[in-house]
Design a protein around this ligand. Sequence first.
Ligand code: SAH
Length: 453
Amino acid sequence: MLLRKVLLRGASASRLLISNKSPPASLLPLASGCTRFFSSSSQSEGPNDGFVAGQEGGDEQPPATITVDRSGLYHPPDHSHEPTTESELVKHLKGIIKFRGGPISVAEYMEEVLTNPKFGFYINRDVFGAEGDFITSPEVSQMFGEMIGVWVMCLWEQMGQPKKVNLVELGPGRGTLMADLLRGTAKFKSFTDSMHIHMVECSPVLQKLQHQNLKCEKVGNADENGEKSSVTSITGSPVTWYSSLEQVPSGSPTIILAHEFYDALPIHQFQRSSRGWSEKMVDVGEDSKLRFVLSPQPTPATLYLMKRCKWATEKEVESLKQIEICPKAIDLTHTIAQRISSDGGGALIIDYGLNGVISDSLQAIRKHKFVSILDDPGSADLSAYVDFPSLKHTAEEASGIPAFCYSRVKLVISEGEAPFWEGPDELAPVGMGTRYLAMAIVNKKQGAPVPFQ
Ligand code: SAH
């Protein structure tokens, strides 16, 4: 029966056959209604439906025959090879939704849109700068990377000038921040000699660009994968690339930088409904377009929602009609805090965010303009404000002893909400605005880092 239904649904349903992943628990209640995928068929469900089998029997019976009623099978239209305007990513997203038999979370949508290994926004191109989709502080001025370099040197001093430090950057974009940091500190030999650079980047195109911008050279013998190690000719420090922090070797003091990385991590959105908090999901509508729906049942992310609400005051939560949570940011901060706790060092997280619960901040930006979140996914950046208090609570809970010092500063302070100013240009606030925040997590033994004292 399953095979027949798969045939009826044609090409996209064949995903069912090549993957045996079961739908997540959250979607089971939806899947049991299994509306679009399984039960919407108008075909009868009888045991012989579509198949007429003859009887097996003795010598006197006619040989068994099987006839197949093909009338219900999928017939591709004659011009099925005509190109469609639907992007590969949209087809892929719809395929996931069909395969699940129900909608996907906003977080899963965001993750696919940004980092799908084939079609993701970050994966195949350079999205930065005036020609790209958005611009970031390191791309505006070299002073940004140089100032971060001063911060890293101060922390290294506080750490007692260890001989070997893992300097990790999460989501380095074009590699500009790290290049400026190294250029700015290149004269301090004992500092640069101790640095082992680790770049955590999911995009192969950006990894290449970072390699170029750090003026890396390949040295030594090839490893078992035929790869030679890289050394930046700016300072002579070794540079290695990874796709996640977990892959970066532990056991040495570690300094972690994350500039505009956390805002790209996938968020879940919850909306207040008559049933309480319901998760907002992405589905395919009758018109075959992507649309938002609310989950009728609790979803696994509800556990993180409950955790987040415990960190907030009742009054703060009561006033909200929508809440965003980012389990990936919580899990990542947990990993960072544990690593700093055991290996020493610190982390500097700079991003757009709030010092409170985030309500509704997810936005799409294409070519420096806001667009709709579901519009042509993969062609626009998706980002959400970073929930700094939840990172703070996670770091403190994860650290045990020694605990961490935490603080928050406004970097380039101005009134208003620049750069997300949508009013007239002449009234736009100057500077980066009040939403551009920084947080440090450091091993308590080292004391509070500058300028957080
Ligand atoms: N820090 C840079 C770039 C910020 S954009 C700057 O300030 O200019 C986000 C960066 O994170 C990009 O390099 C993107 O490819 C990378 N990225 C996004 N999600 C990622 C993930 N899940 N894992 C690794 N890298 C990721």
